[in-house]
Design a protein around this ligand. Sequence first.
Ligand SMILES: Cc1ncc(COP(=O)(O)O)c(C=O)c1O
Length: 407
Amino acid sequence: MQAAPSIPGPAIEAVIADRLRPFGTTIFAEMTKLAVKHNAVNLAQGFPDFDGPDFIKEAAHAAMRAGQNQYARTTGLPVLSSAIAEQWRARTGLSADPDAEVTVTSGCTEALAATFLGIINPGDEVILFEPFYDSYRACIAMAGATPKFVALRPPPTGTGEFTFDQEELARAVGPRTRAILVNTPHNPTGKVYTRAELQVVADLCLRHNLIAITDEVYEHLVYEPALPHVSLATLAGMAERTITLSSLGKTFSLTGWKIGWAIARPGLTAGVRAAHQFLTFATATPLQAGAAEALKHGSAAIAELAAMFRGNRDYLCSALRELGFAVHIPAGTYFIMADHSAISRRLGMRDDREFCVHLTEKVGVAAIPPSVFYDRAELGRSLARFAFCKKRATLEAAVQRLRKLSA
Ligand SMILES: Cc1ncc(COP(=O)(O)O)c(C=O)c1O
């Protein structure tokens, strides 16, 4: 067969719709590419460098061998929907009807997209706390809506918990506001919202008839008994107006499986499902079977992982502090935000991007420049985000290299 003759015409390069043009390539892909190029220890992207538990993988293999390889029910494999509802009840005391109030999605990323596309109208406003996980803003743009930002700030002097100004949050609510998104435990600051902070959000939602969207993918990765993870839906009046999103990836070190979910009352679930059915229709069947096993029998594995990450957090926080960073110790997640000002001043670096590129190229450790997670980029310029979801040997190799900074 002969190749079709090529017809000369204008070259087609990077055809990207206007609404997505501002977002470029995600910083995770960018920094990982740089890390690979310079053979750097990658503490940039938040995925473990070890595998998830065998019993979960075995359950997925068994499902595959048993012929569970066709489309799943669009709202989720019944056994997984039930396991999600059961662990929700066990953790929060709230009941969720697995058929009417749980929707299985392809990761929390799809749950976020289905939520924004399913319940937000063009012209609506959505309140985000900055820094924010980067997909929120892109999803809001895809829904034709507008984000409004409220800053999470570290204490004005020294290190400690990031928090927000209640007045700033109240001022962000306007006539077009439809929803507030809360990510707790919070990426990238490691903040775990207190019940009192969540009450401030709840009061605004109730007063202005807003929907709350919560991203709780790090729900099990919390390290301070005094700061337990609280779901916004458990506050009085909030179960009716909250869409709670989470996923399997962080909890079981299976980020590549992309199994997530949305829990909400039937009225809000209707919106999520209206979009979900056309985004992915259904999520990989055998992986859903594996995920059900994880949720039913995973509590020991979760406790083991959280203990390991707590040790990693303590190790990396004290190493970074010794090297001259001002470290905001995270109460949850697997990220550390560290202020690099003292070091970058010495090295003549102007901002987080310059610092993180230097770190990757010259020191051999990749970190994320967090100004990309802010609307007001200046709020993140003095910070760098390090991931500690790695083997201890990986963190030790990183610290060894970071010592060059103080040489
Ligand atoms: C805050 C937050 N939300 C959502 C996600 C994406 O979750 P998933 O991998 O389940 O799509 C991530 C992953 O890094 C995250 O940090």
